[in-house]
Design a protein around this ligand. Structure first.
Ligand SMILES: Nc1ncnc2c1ncn2[C@@H]1O[C@H](COP(=O)(O)OP(=O)(O)OP(=O)(O)O)[C@@H](O)[C@H]1O
Ligand SMILES: [Mg+2]
Length: 368
């Protein structure tokens, strides 16, 4: 996959200085993409519309001073590294900006351009390292949570199922005894609610299922997805949803097909629920270097940041009571991780969501 270009936002109202900085950075790395803006308001606007990897912020800019722009950037949750550029004699401001979340500062002297590329590359490396550390920490917490639920589920599934079957059987007996209408209605409600509990228990037990090496089969994404679509679309809720297939993958991978199918059924159902009332569901598959990949895209409302942070949490759901268990994605994640695969989410509020799922191709497989 091609590396993303490093995008730098350069905020300086002195066009000569800005030009010199840009020229010096390009001399060092011609592939840098540098955008120049000359005031604080424009800088905030750009940050909210486009992705940047680093910012060079001149302290003395019109409309808003550099420090208040810095405060606002951090308050809005932008985490990109910021290097403050100050004039000679403004070192106290430089120190203040570090306290408020700037990564580093440079003082405009006659040699400062020489050191700038190194400071930038250090800032980018350190930011990347910090992000990766945060990701690994999140992943660790998530796997511990999932492992905990798996153990709990394995222990209680059986204990719940037995009395539950008893409750359903007694409710059925009441119905068979031709009771008065009100009693029949209550008995039917007991049956429906028992079925709901049974569904949750089935979901939970998917956490703890151990797949043996014997069950693994050589399979392909296109087959599994076709089968998943066939099963998921039995639900009439898919009636107003147009499904498009763009299959290019042909690589095989080893997995338990029913388990992987569960992942896609979860994703198809989530996409369908997101497009409540209709939309387009596109499924693309392709082979990468070492992975075979499927994308499930919907034209739903997208996922806002505060929801996105939690969607892999077991029991997290935004669906109404009785509608979602909040286990679909956490079970899917667990299955994908078991096969050393990956799941990535790309979402834009108002536009839709794309979920990418990757499995390692057969040749690069290790033991599960
Ligand atoms: N394609 C999507 N578009 C918008 N939001 C989504 C999408 N997929 C998942 N979500 C959000 O993530 C939440 C968690 O999804 P998950 O599949 O784990 O549980 P659920 O769908 O709520 O319940 P269940 O899977 O048991 O039906 C959803 O409630 C929804 O808010
Ligand atoms: Mg779901």
């Amino acid at each position: 996959m091609p590396e993303k270009k490093t995008r730098i936002l350069l905020v300086d109202d002195n066009s000569d200085d800005a030009y010199l900085i840009m020229e010096s950075l390009h001399k060092n790395d011609p592939s840098l993409s540098i955008k120049i803006v000359d005031n604080g308001l424009e800088c905030l606007k750009r940050l909210s519309e486009e992705e940047y990897h680093l910012m060079l912020l001149d302290y003395k800019i019109p409309l808003r001073d550099g420090l208040s722009v810095l405060d606002e950037i951090r308050n809005k949750g932008h985490t990109l590294p910021i290097i403050m550029v100050t004039g000679f004699g403004n070192e106290t401001i430089a120190v203040e900006s570090m306290k408020r979340g700037a990564y580093d500062y440079v003082v405009k002297s006659h040699t400062y351009l020489d050191g700038l590329p190194i400071i930038i590359s250090r800032a980018l490396d350190s930011h990347k390292f910090k992000k990766e550390k945060e990701r690994l920490e999140r992943q660790l917490i998530q796997s511990e949570k999932l492992a905990g639920i798996g153990t709990l589920a394995a222990g209680i599934t059986h204990e719940i199922n037995n009395p539950l079957q008893g409750i359903s059987s007694f409710a059925e007996l009441i119905l068979e005894a031709a009771p008065p209408p009100a009693v029949a209605e209550y008995a039917q409600k007991i049956l429906n609610l028992s079925e709901r509990i049974a569904h949750i228990v089935r979901r939970l037990s998917q956490f703890s299922r151990v797949i043996s090496q014997m069950d693994l089969a050589s399979t392909q994404l296109n087959w599994i997805i076709d089968e998943s679509i066939e099963l998921a679309t039995l639900s009439p809720d898919f009636m107003n949803i147009e499904i498009r297939k763009e299959y290019q993958a042909s690589a095989c991978f080893e997995a338990h097909p029913t388990e992987v199918s569960q992942v896609f059924i979860n994703l198809l159902n989530n996409a369908k629920d997101a497009m409540n009332g209709g939309g387009q569901l596109t499924i693309r598959t392709r082979d990468l270097d070492k992975f075979t990949e499927a994308e499930v895209s919907d034209t739903g409302p997208g996922i806002p940041d505060d929801v996105l942070k939690q969607i892999f949490d077991p029991f997290f759901t935004t669906k109404g009571p009785g509608k979602g268990t909040g286990l679909g994605l956490s079970i899917s994640q667990r299955i994908i991780e078991r096969y050393k695969g990956e799941i990535h989410i790309d979402t834009k509020v108002g536009k839709g969501t794309t979920i990418k799922v990757r499995f390692p191709m057969k040749t690069s497989m290790q033991e599960f």
